[in-house]
Design a protein around this ligand. Sequence first.
Ligand code: IPE
Ligand code: IPE
Ligand code: MG
Length: 243
Amino acid sequence: MPRPSDSSGKASVPLHLAVIMDGNGRWAKRRLLPRKAGHRAGARNLRRLCQMCGDAGIKYLTVYAFSTENWKRPPDEVSALMALFIEFLQSYDAEMEKEGIRLRIMGDVAGLPDDVRQAIREAEDRSKDRTRLQLILALNYGGRAEIVHAVKSISEKVSSGELAAEDITEDLLKTHVYLPDVPDPDLIIRPSGEYRLSNFLLWQSAYSELWFSNVLWPDFKQRDFDQALSSFAARDRRFGGVK
Ligand code: IPE
Ligand code: IPE
Ligand code: MG
């Protein structure tokens, strides 16, 4: 599908949107609910976001669901999250099929519990031929861990003689990240009033546009989405050049 563009040829809708789904815990606390109720509300909102993205013509949606640092949380919160990921992958599949959503995972999958890995394999396999929207769940994801993963695989090729040190370029590194075929995010949204990336897409975000909002993730609605997209459409992306 062609990207909608203005007269200067600037894409007005992001091809790839990335969202840091933050603020579930505070959402629950305000309602005197356990944190896991906030995560459940956050997962419900992810379904709504997928619909908004499909309707807007976005082709890739990456969402930060669990960071490599989130293992520091209390064990009962971590296990509630793992159970929620399995439930999401299984119960959302029929709707994903209707919406033409292909599901992919980005992160250190080997470090996830067996039952989560199994649910991931099944969901990826069931959805592999769908083309309307790619939903990429960043699970056990860290931007630094991803760069280390890329460097390790390149250095193995250098040790075996498949590559020489001179072959290491930005383009080469790009082909060794978790999902090399996925373009860099055009827009990164972080709700919940925090102004940081928290180790999300460090390599890929070099020229991403950023949008912050005070709304907590489960409360992020169509109105917030529209505001973020219209802010994006008005940005002048220069990538270091001049107009
Ligand atoms: C984001 O919400 C979800 C995950 C990190 C899994 P939080 O749980 O971080 O919510 P707050 O930031 O405590 O409100
Ligand atoms: C980022 O949120 C990770 C996810 C949304 C999955 P955090 O709540 O973990 O980030 P910090 O701790 O506020 O930086
Ligand atoms: Mg948080």
